[in-house]
Write a protein that binds this ligand. Structure first.
Ligand code: ADP
Ligand code: MG
Length: 685
């Protein structure tokens, strides 16, 4: 049914063949296997001493490809054993051997497991001779750069950009994650399905090769930091970004329903009728995601079917769509075409002038809309070679006949693929086109009765409970919770990723008694007048799990570092240091919390104390349900802002409020727009 080349199969959670559990480390040195590092070191000391002159000969070898190939062949035969494949243990031996010849500690090449994955281009869990060649070449280059770095005359020619001073934390990927399955190997680096070791949560870890960075370090760091701030149900959720000497790692949520290259086929196999209404339901979600990116100064630059995933594989009638692989493309991708993007989706201006604008994204979306409409039987650009695809894009040579049975869809896609980028519509305009109404997808779907009843369960809990819950939920995978996602989507009418009070009231009108709506708005939004996606999810999950002892116990045990089933002052202090807790409990001192938990009376906090402290809602909160909600903050209001740097509340005034986004500016922070998720740091003076 599909003519599309890259069939991304949905990822399975089965273990990666390479890591059946955690095998004991085995090192291979001079053909002998050692299960213990100390034994290995002893053997190396007794072994033939390798000449330091090797250092110079290696440097020459690096300049001569065939000499390097011969050297690698020797080493490969020596370390790979009879199967002619290097496994991670054998690679360890090889790294030690090469390190010894160069006179450096193998640590200099970085984490060996990471190296292994980096060069396992085929993703089969072994390195063949060719992969090993690239690996050894890399080791030699790292070594050369390190030496050059030491000598001042080469300081300008440093190969790997220096991120060390930047604000991205350092971490060893293998210590934090069990890399289980290779999902892809793109221009920027490998992508793995992994389990986070501390929580066993499934994650996707993407490696960005620092040596491919082609933008100033500061810009790149900003881009990475932006990723963790994006918060929208249709945009892949990024949990954290960290680095080691060779890579920057981006950890995000995994999606298990495959991508848009296989979506129609799988839906059809599951008995779904593939009509316009179904297609519009999917494409509208893509629009919502891209709209959010564009509103947050982020261009995707690589929109295509493989970069749009389905979050789960259960609901094919209304699949939940998530956009992946955004940003960073410009800063990182090394591209064979000289321009960055994917032929067949790239607009003419990128081919001819290398300009990417948000209208380039619209063009790519147009190409994808076309392909999806034709179920990939036909594509907007049918070329089979890069020059053909380039020529077709530059001439905008699209055959519109396959779309002609739906004139309004053809009109929409034609607008999106106009040769002049300035003539193309923006995402908002795309979403206002008549076609959506014709396809029955203009309005957001109404909230289900089940969701209304879930919303009714929302109750105001203690700040501490909310803080710990937000911290915990912040680490959970959210898109699997389809019902809650749908609920959020039905309320977020403008797809901004934030539900405002007006949106909530409109969505709930005539579905709940007005007093209930007031209470709900107050619970969800407090004084800020809006709620972001992740905050909404945290509140809803907290409400569902609030009276669940198991969840409280899990929280308690996470805090109980010394595992003695009680919390002492240090553990409470550590709890208050957590990012989310600091944000929500900004004005609480350790003593306050300890008092509340009875710590100062007994010297420690038992689970019962902990539970009582989390569940007892203070007078101020109980009364809030009966009083009306305080007015939303407006320009000119006198407020206080909690300064994290000074750890105190400071008097200030609201300088401006952006009603679209809910962002506000404070006089004490000129030029900074405080996003809704930081509004709890502001209170009325
Ligand atoms: N969050 C995710 N969940 C599931 N699969 C993913 C996820 N992110 C990436 N993948 C898989 O890995 C492939 C490559 O990832 P991507 O981020 O698109 O990198 P690139 O295209 O630059 O190699 C994707 O096409 C997809 O199949
Ligand atoms: Mg991709």
């Amino acid at each position: 049914m599909y003519s599309h080349g890259s069939h991304a199969t949905p990822i399975s959670t089965a273990g990666y063949a390479m890591t059946p559990g955690q095998p004991p480390a085995v090192y291979v040195y001079q053909g002998q296997r050692y299960s213990d590092y100390q034994q290995l070191q002893a053997a190396m000391q007794q072994g033939p001493s390798l000449h330091r002159s090797g250092t110079t000969s290696w440097a020459d070898v690096l300049k001569d490809k065939s000499a390097l190939e011969r050297k690698v062949h020797e080493l490969f035969v020596q370390y790979a054993g009879a199967d002619r494949k290097l496994d991670p243990a054998e690679l360890h031996g090889l790294a030690i051997g090469v390190g010894q010849q160069l006179g450096v500690d193998p640590i200099a090449f970085g984490d060996i497991r990471t190296l292994f994955h980096r060069f396992d281009f085929s993703g089969d869990g072994h390195l063949d001779e060719k992969e090993t060649f690239h690996l050894i070449q890399y080791m030699l280059r790292v070594h050369r750069d390190m030496q050059q770095k030491r000598s001042a005359q080469f300081a300008q020619r440093q190969h790997v950009p220096d991120f060390t001073a930047a604000s991205i934390p350092f971490k060893q990927v293998e210590q934090a994650f069990d890399l289980q399955k290779k999902l892809g190997q793109g221009g920027q680096g490998a992508v793995y399905l992994a389990a986070e070791r501390t929580t066993q949560q499934k994650r996707v870890v993407k490696f960005y090769d620092k040596s491919c960075a082609n933008a100033p370090v500061e810009d790149i760091v900003d881009e990475f930091n932006l990723l963790t701030k994006l918060d929208h149900p249709k945009i892949a959720r990024v949990y954290e970004v960290f680095q080691d000497h060779a890579y920057i790692y981006v950890v995000s949520e995994p999606y298990f329903g495959g991508d848009l290259t296989t979506c129609a086929q799988r839906a059809s196999q599951n008995g779904v009728a593939l009509n316009q209404n179904w297609l519009a339901g999917i494409l509208r979600q893509v629009c919502a995601g891209i709209l959010y990116l564009h509103n947050n100064r982020c261009m995707h630059c690589d929109i295509k079917e493989p970069n749009v995933m389905i979050s789960g594989d259960t609901d094919w009638q209304c699949p939940n769509v998530v956009v992946i692989d955004f940003g960073l493309a410009r800063d990182f991708k090394k591209s064979s075409t000289g321009v960055m993007g994917t032929p067949g989706y790239m607009p003419p201006e990128v081919w001819t002038q290398g300009i990417w604008t948000i209208y380039g994204d619209i063009f790519s979306m147009g190409s994808m809309f076309y392909n999806m409409y034709c179920l990939h039987q036909r594509k907007a650009f049918e070329g089979t070679t890069i020059p053909q695809l380039q020529a077709q894009a530059c001439q905008c040579a699209v055959d519109w006949q396959p779309l002609s049975n739906c004139p309004s869809f053809q009109h929409l896609v034609q607008q999106m693929m106009q040769p002049s980028f300035k003539a193309r519509p923006k995402v908002e305009q795309v979403m206002m086109h008549d076609w959506w109404r014709e396809a029955g997808k203009e309005e957001t779907s109404p909230i289900s009765n089940k969701a209304i009843s879930d919303l009714g369960k929302l109750r105001r809990t203690t700040d501490l409970h909310r803080a710990l819950m937000t911290d915990m939920v912040g680490r959970e995978n959210l898109t699997q919770l389809k019902e809650l996602n749908d609920l959020f989507a039905s309320m977020d009418a403008d797809h901004s990723g934030t539900v405002t009070e007006a949106e909530a009231r409109k969505a709930l009108k005539n579905r709940m008694p007005p007093a209930e709506v007031d209470k709900l708005v107050q619970t969800l939004m407090g004084d800020t007048g809006c709620v972001t996606y992740s905050r909404f999810m945290a509140e809803m999950i907290a409400a569902k799990k609030a009276d669940n002892d198991e969840v409280l116990w899990r929280m308690f045990k996470e805090l109980d570092v010394d595992n003695n089933n009680s919390l002492d002052a240090n553990e409470i202090r550590a709890m208050l240091q957590k990012q989310k807790v600091r944000e929500i409990m900004a004005d609480r001192t350790v003593t306050d919390v300890m008092d509340r938990m009875g710590l100062n009376r007994t010297g420690n906090v038992s689970f019962q104390d902990f539970k009582r402290a989390l569940e007892t809602v203070q007078g101020e909160v109980e009364s809030s349900s009966s009083t009306t909600r305080p007015q939303t903050l407006r320009e000119g209001d006198k407020v206080q802002y909690f300064s994290s740097s000074y750890a105190c509340w400071m008097d200030t005034t609201i300088a401006a409020v952006d009603t679209m986004t809910g962002n506000m500016q404070l006089q004490c922070k000129p030029g900074y727009w405080l996003p809704p998720e930081e509004h709890h740091k502001v209170r009325r003076a």
